[in-house]
Ligand binder design. Structure first.
Ligand code: HEC
Length: 452
């Protein structure tokens, strides 16, 4: 429906009182429609029909143009959709590319929810703003509200308003026409001073002041983001920012000695500070360990009495590549038969499943995996291979503790001493393939058969 055009105060024609138009009341929708048709046929253009409910076909009679609002909504939705997709692409693939599980930087489907939400949001904004703008709101004064009878427009009466701006308008003639069209009451529409239809001055002032005040928070935020400050930050939701705690080097009445810092518990050692006995615990030579950057790998540190050496200066050997530790070559534990027997037992529990009883890499798990032809299975290295025979014991120790490539570490299952026991057995196992006759005790030799 066409909107009411604000009337220009016109000089009263003839001696007539100033009239902004005529408002005719009707009892039924049928009456109002036929009256509107009549007026249109007479050539009236500037008509407005008011009804408590929608009247089908009235827009055709009034030749009302369709609203722009749906187009506004469509435009908002399209901008939102493309803007959302563009935003997801730009943020993920351009501004902050971040590989997550090897997924593509940008992908259409996961970006769709964002784009969809944005389309809805902008369409809603367009409708909200568009309805206000197209309706000419805010409109503080409406001349029809000065006519008490008009209140029934929302209840049970139908009205036609003929604006005096209409080319055909002539107070008396139009009035008769409306009467003939079965109008039950005709009122003249008052002319409102154009100042009245504007927002009252105080409103405008308050709105201006509020808009200026609303700029303050963004300005403060912008300032805070671009400058530095020594003050603690404001936290409106403080979470764990401020909590009672004891600060270092302060007094504290809770403990008998009045200090808030507690002395170190006997037998504990800070992570990365393990210096002692690294040959035993890590298979790495002392000196090297002191400069090594890798933290301790075992869970056994609490058995140690920590001696904290403040100097952790690295002593990188020239011939050594930077990150290869200097493995110990001697057993850090006394090797005797009982250790080797323990090692054999542990080997058969923990290693033989993959490496085989004889160490040839033919354990049951391996055989089964090969049978299943699993592409991912790596055949365990033969423990008799020359490179392994020549590996320092420290490196073998490290393999058991931390694993190597496809082989997992066994630190959580095999205690430190048992790892050395296994290595002592491993050495014995390797000897079974390489020992010469004169290395075998004389009393055992006669019992041995030669294998082909
Ligand atoms: C789950 C199967 C499995 C178990 C159990 C296992 N290993 Fe391994 N081991 C492997 C595989 C597989 C490799 C080869 C890794 C690679 O090359 O990726 C390997 C490699 C090795 C190597 C060669 C390391 C190197 O530097 O190349 C040694 C030594 C070794 N294992 C010793 C042991 C010892 C000792 C045990 C028992 C504590 C053990 N493994 C238990 C699967 C196993």
């Amino acid at each position: 429906m066409s909107t009411i055009t604000p009337t220009q105060p016109v000089a009263p024609a003839e001696s007539e009182i100033e009239v902004g138009g005529l408002l005719a009341e009707f009892r039924s929708a049928a009456d109002v429609v036929s009256a509107a048709k009549l007026l249109r046929r007479q050539g009236y253009q500037n008509l407005e029909v008011y009804s408590p409910h929608p009247i089908h076909g009235i827009d055709k009679v009034l030749n009302a143009k369709g609203s722009l609002l749906p187009w506004g909504a469509l435009a908002g939705a399209i901008i939102g959709l493309t803007g959302g997709l563009w935003m997801a692409w730009w943020m993920n693939a351009v501004d902050y590319p971040f590989i997550i599980s090897g997924k593509p930087m940008f992908s259409f489907l996961p970006s769709l929810p964002v784009a969809f939400e944005l389309a809805i949001l902008l369409a809603a904004f367009a409708v909200f703003g568009g309805a206000i703008a197209l309706g000419g709101l805010p409109r503080p004064a409406n001349r029809l509200f000065r006519i008490p009878a008009f209140a029934r427009a929302t209840n049970d009466r139908f009205f036609i308003c003929v604006d005096e701006a209409d080319a055909k308008f002539q107070t008396e003639k139009t009035k008769t026409l409306l009467q003939d069209a079965r109008s039950v009451r005709i009122e003249s529409v008052p002319v409102i001073d154009s100042r009245e239809s504007k927002l009252p001055r105080p409103f405008v002032l308050v709105a201006i002041v509020l808009s200026v005040l609303a700029l303050i928070p963004p300005v403060l935020i912008a300032k805070a983001r671009s400058t530095t400050s020594t003050l603690p930050r404001l936290s409106f939701i403080s979470d764990m920012d401020h909590q009672p705690k004891f600060k270092a080097q302060t007094t504290n009445s809770l403990f008998a000695d009045g200090r808030s810092m507690r002395p170190q518990m006997a037998g504990t050692i800070a992570q990365g500070d393990l210096r002692d006995d690294s040959a035993f615990y890590r298979g790495i030579q002392e000196q090297e360990a002191a400069g090594s950057v890798s933290g301790d790998s075992e869970g056994n540190v609490t058995f140690l009495t920590g001696t904290l050496t403040a100097n952790g200066v690295a002593s990188i050997k020239d011939e050594q590549p930077k990150n290869v530790p200097k493995w110990v070559t001697e057993f850090p534990v006394p090797v005797d038969e009982s250790l080797i027997r323990r090692g054999q037992q542990r080997y058969e529990i923990f290693c033989a499943t993959c490496h085989g009883i004889g160490g040839d890499g033919d354990g049951l798990v391996t055989l089964r995996a090969l049978e299943l032809e699993q592409g991912t299975w790596v055949k365990p290295t033969s423990l008799h291979a020359e490179p392994i025979r020549e590996q320092p014991v420290g490196q073998l120790y490290n393999t058991i503790a931390n694993g190597v490539r496809k082989m997992p570490g066994y630190a959580s299952q095999i205690p430190v001493r048992d790892r050395w026991a296994i290595i002592s057995y491993l050495r014995a196992l390797q000897k079974t393939r390489t020992a010469t006759a004169d290395e075998v005790p004389a009393d055992v030799l006669p019992n041995m058969r030669e294998l082909n």
